[in-house]
Ligand binder design. Sequence first.
Ligand code: ATP
Ligand code: MG
Length: 370
Amino acid sequence: MELPKILDLSPEQLKSALNRGIIKFYSGFGIEAVQIRKSFGKIEEGTMICLGDNIDVVIGFPKIRRTLMLSPALQKHFKDQVALEEKMNGYNVRIARVNGQIKAFTRGGFICPYTTKKAIQLMEMDKFFEDNSHLVICGEMVGTDNPYVSHYYPEIGKLGFRIFDVREKLTNTPLAVMKKRELLEEYNLPSVRLFGIHDTDEAAHEVLEIVKRLGKENREGVVIKDPKMEIPPLKYTSSEAHALELEYAFSFPFDLGQAFFFSRVLREGFQSFEMGESDEEKKLRAQRIGESILNPLLNTIQLIAEDKIAAEDMVIEVDHPEEAEDFARYLRDMGVMALIVEVKGGKAVIRRLHQSSSDKVSNYLQGGLY
Ligand code: ATP
Ligand code: MG
């Protein structure tokens, strides 16, 4: 088999990776593939090697590092110019034509049946992939009818897709920022917003102003990119986005609270410092962070005290009950505890359980010791 060659591994290394569960065979939604569960050598987590008449390799989407202090970080990291794009708050999707079919892959390299169906409804991609079968569309699925990250954008409403990268299969080389935008425009495909291309010297000031404005509109932030896409991008987000995430995490304190907490607080500290805030502004920020932690925590304690459970309901549009089943199966494949609550009027309600939060809060309410 050619697999060791594609992955640049010896047959022994491949066998050991299979034994340790780093590489898995995947079969579902019309695709047989080899899935990379954890980064491995030079191979990105979430890579899928799709088998069939041709072998199509869709590389995992690389992690984007964060800057805490814009001004020195941008100078150090980038060359003379940077492109500032809006960072949309939804979930990461790669779309490619594999084995003749257009499929949507979520972060870990799972084919999501719901995302695949919706992406095909939202965008006319046949012509694009006929002409560019070697390319992968990387973008964010956003909107309120979104099973992972439900966030309201006035220009999107229920569900929409915004493309931020176009990359080559197998090498994962991204197109330069303007080339990408021209190509997408040519095929009438939707891009994320570009705020502009700036001299790196002036970019930190620009990003701070943009992020203040975005925050007031409850929008997430920016991704700062090398216009040629030869240097990896960096991300920077608004205080309001941090607060929203803390609020979510502290609704499920023992499932998400700890993992979310420290990084968000650090971001707030450095942002306040770099913005040179007044006492009044610092007070507002402190209040926003405090409330985004305490209020959801209190709500959850109250809920469990009333014998309810810590859970979140996700709503997806379905044409058949099987689509809800497929989606629940996909979630369980990813290790998420989920059950279908109801399927009615073209909508399915799927409940994701946060068991540790239910159990631990209940235990403490009954006098358990911390
Ligand atoms: P992960 O990096 O695993 O996706 P994360 O929570 O750390 O998880 P984010 O903080 O959301 O990720 O930031 C990175 C993600 O931002 C990208 O993976 C991508 O889905 C999303 N994104 C939104 N807008 C853009 C954009 N304009 N350019 C690049 N990525 C963007
Ligand atoms: Mg995100």
